[in-house]
Design a protein around this ligand. Structure first.
Ligand SMILES: NC(=O)c1ccc[n+]([C@@H]2O[C@H](COP(=O)([O-])OP(=O)(O)OC[C@H]3O[C@@H](n4cnc5c(N)ncnc54)[C@H](O)[C@@H]3O)[C@@H](O)[C@H]2O)c1
Ligand SMILES: O=C(O)[C@H](O)COP(=O)(O)O
Length: 630
């Protein structure tokens, strides 16, 4: 309760993102030749005092002596600082208005610029305890009021003794002098505020590290803008996901751990225990066994196209939404396929190896143009269709076969059966997904059905082609070459050895699953997937989730959003609404979608609601997960 709690809040680098005196120096030294040097000296002096390495008084005297500032500079400083209030402070205006009489700004900075800044969040000058400047007649800063207790060493401690606050006292700050109030027995707890600056020495002394004001308010169960502090959301990124993803999650305030390799089942099961968001690529298997350990998992990002490595159904049943990047690397795969078609039709792998071995084989034998050849695409999805457009533009005659009805682009010919495609085309390229039904889609029978002298590309999934049968087809000469990018068993790291029955065969291109491994694709994927997950966490929007009913939600405005994920069974929506009815809750908006396994209901209700509602919704039979957003 506010009456029993007092909040002592530091100003520089806590209330604002920057140190006031440093910002003042920046302004006062604008265009001065020695600016950089003086600024560095001021920063060093600030840091030394903050770390507790020199006395505060000494630091202040030395800093002011270096500062040629006046009242005009102060006016500019105030405008700058008002724009630099810490993000999480600005995000929680109700905390300041609700507890304005219990919040004390205690700072070794200067009231001259602190008061106009804290007033922005509704605090009053009478609760600001800080130093004051002295000026000459022209308005130049000459020093500070030396009688002010806050200008002395241990000033914050002495001030707090004088204030003699009744009730609990909580200190929030980024500096050592803030900790000293707790050390002197004048505060119940010291919270090291690390949103703007994280000092090891100060964090080490803290009762609690608070990366934002949200965390402090969450710990104290006080009125706040975010239901759950973002710093509590732990993200685990595996398999060398592009650095942009880490950056985007970091900017959102999440905690990130990033590893360059995949993890095996046991390692992942251990690591996933406290993870809220998991990011993987094609190598990490997310099995039901791993998911059993995932107590806090909300979302999974497949930073690739394929999601066959993830037990999507088990994720849905656990209320975990999975997102992938369905388009971001498609162009890269298509370009590699085109390149390989040209290489294989010119018999280049064999010729290149001969050159490496010192053998000159100038001859047109077994070398063909791609123009006019028949390309057969199995799986006319995002990659297959894109390949057809590029290939047709290069003069290939394109055919496709898909189990789903797909619109043929350009002059492409649709085949009625796989057999028709295999027996018609000179080049076969596989672009199907890696589901169980597609295991050995091309086995001995299918490979034997292919035209004599044709070539095969597989840049989809390893299990789709029976590699022993392919080896035989190549040895028999029925196939003239193959480009294989994906394998039933692939190394988890670049350090592991790779072996395949196709090694050492002529006119075969083996690549280490790099169809989508281009700088452009990886960057696009990182941005696409990370932003989709953040949107899901922040708004509940599940657009383009691969295992959740897709709901595109409007921005939440002055309401609570209740997200209810449940097993898809009849009558549950009626039960949810009956709970709202019993508690007289006004529904501002409601959105529902279901798929075979689960139902996803989002209800926006007006601000005031009874906590009992939440408990009833959580314990409703069939509930998988429940979240509140506000
Ligand atoms: N090598 C790489 O680095 C790399 C990169 C990206 C994608 N991929 C793989 O490529 C696959 C295809 O990607 P996409 O974006 O085109 O997927 P997509 O889902 O858009 O298209 C797949 C198409 O295959 C069809 N299909 C599925 N099974 C089939 C079958 N048995 N016979 C005929 N058609 C069938 C589907 O109906 C669909 O139209 C991905 O699932 C992924 O596994 C590999
Ligand atoms: O599914 C995909 O997008 C590809 O197989 C690429 O996977 P990767 O990101 O593991 O290379």
């Amino acid at each position: 309760m506010a009456e029993n709690k007092n909040f002592i809040i530091d100003f520089d680098s806590t209330f604002t993102k920057v140190e006031g005196l440093e910002a003042l120096a920046e302004i006062a030294l604008h265009n001065k030749p020695n600016k950089k040097k003086i600024l560095e000296k001021i920063e060093t002096l600030t840091e030394k005092a903050m770390q507790g390495d020199i006395s505060f008084r000494e630091s202040l005297e030395k800093r002011l002596a270096l500062l040629p500032a006046n009242k005009d500079h102060l006016k500019l400083l105030i405008v700058r600082l008002q724009k630099q209030i810490s993000t999480s402070f600005n995000r929680n205006p109700t905390f300041f208005t609700q507890y304005k009489n219990s919040i004390y700004i205690v700072s070794s900075g200067f009231k001259d610029f602190i008061i106009p800044v804290v007033e922005r969040l509704g605090l009053s000058a009478k609760n600001v305890y800080a130093n004051t400047f002295t000026y000459d007649k022209e308005g130049n800063i000459t020093g500070f009021d030396e009688d002010n207790i806050l200008s002395t060493n241990n000033g914050k401690v002495k001030l707090l003794q004088q204030l003699d606050l009744q009730g609990d006292v909580y200190v929030v700050g980024d500096g050592y002098t803030d900790y000293e109030m707790k050390a002197a027995g004048l505060a119940n707890k010291f919270y090291a505020f690390t949103e703007n600056v994280a000092r090891e020495k100060v964090m080490h002394k803290a009762d609690h590290i608070t990366p934002s004001l949200d965390e402090f308010l969450y710990v104290h169960q006080m009125n706040r803008t975010l239901s759950y502090p973002k710093n509590r959301i732990k993200v685990l990124l595996l398999e060398n996901i592009h650095a942009d993803a880490k950056k985007i999650f970091e900017e959102e305030g999440y905690q990130i751990e990033s590893l360059s390799t995949a993890l095996d089942e046991a390692e992942l099961a251990e690591k996933i225990k406290d993870v809220s968001i998991l990011g993987i690529r094609s190598k990490s298997l997310l099995t039901e066994k791993v998911l059993k350990q995932a107590k806090r998992l909300i979302g999974v990002g497949a930073f690739c196209i394929g999601t066959n490595q993830i037990d999507l159904e088990a994720c849905a049943k656990k209320g975990v939404s999975v997102f992938n990047a369905p388009f971001s690397n498609t162009r890269s795969v298509v370009e590699l396929a085109i390149g390989e078609i040209i290489f294989l039709l010119r018999n280049l792998p064999t010729k290149m190896q001969a050159m490496q071995d010192g053998n000159w084989q100038k001859s047109a034998q077994n070398s063909y143009e791609i123009r006019g050849k028949k390309l057969g695409i199995i799986g006319y999805g995002n990659i297959g269709a894109q390949l057809s457009v590029l290939a047709e533009n290069m003069g290939l005659d394109v055919y496709y076969y898909d189990i789903v009805d797909k619109l043929p682009l350009g002059n492409v010919t649709k085949c009625k059966s796989l057999k028709q495609l295999l027996t018609t085309c000179d080049i076969i390229s596989l672009h199907v997904e890696g589901k169980t039904e597609n295991k050995n889609l091309l086995g001995e029978e299918e490979l034997n059905a292919m035209k004599k002298g044709s070539i095969l590309l597989n840049l989809s999934r390893g299990e789709v082609v029976d590699l022993n049968a392919l080896k035989k087809a190549l040895e028999s000469g029925n196939l003239a070459g193959a480009g294989i990018d994906v394998f039933p068993e692939e190394p988890k790291t670049n350090q592991e050895k790779f072996t395949s029955v196709l090694q050492g065969m002529p006119n075969v291109i083996l690549t280490p699953h790099i169809g989508g491994s281009t700088i452009e694709a990886q960057e696009n994927i990182a941005n696409f997937v990370a932003n989709k997950i953040i949107k899901y966490v922040n708004t509940g929007s599940s657009t383009s989730s691969v295992n959740f009913p897709n709901l595109q939600l409007p921005q939440l405005q002055d309401a609570h959003r209740l997200l209810h994920i449940h097993y898809n069974r009849p009558g549950i929506l009626a039960e949810i609404n009956s709970i709202f009815g019993q508690h007289n809750i006004n529904i501002d908006g409601q959105y529902l979608k279901t798929n075979q396994q689960i139902g996803y209901v989002i209800t926006d209700v007006n601000k005031a609601y009874d906590e009992a509602v939440v408990n009833k919704l959580k314990s409703l039979e069939g509930t998988i997960k429940f979240r509140v957003l506000y």
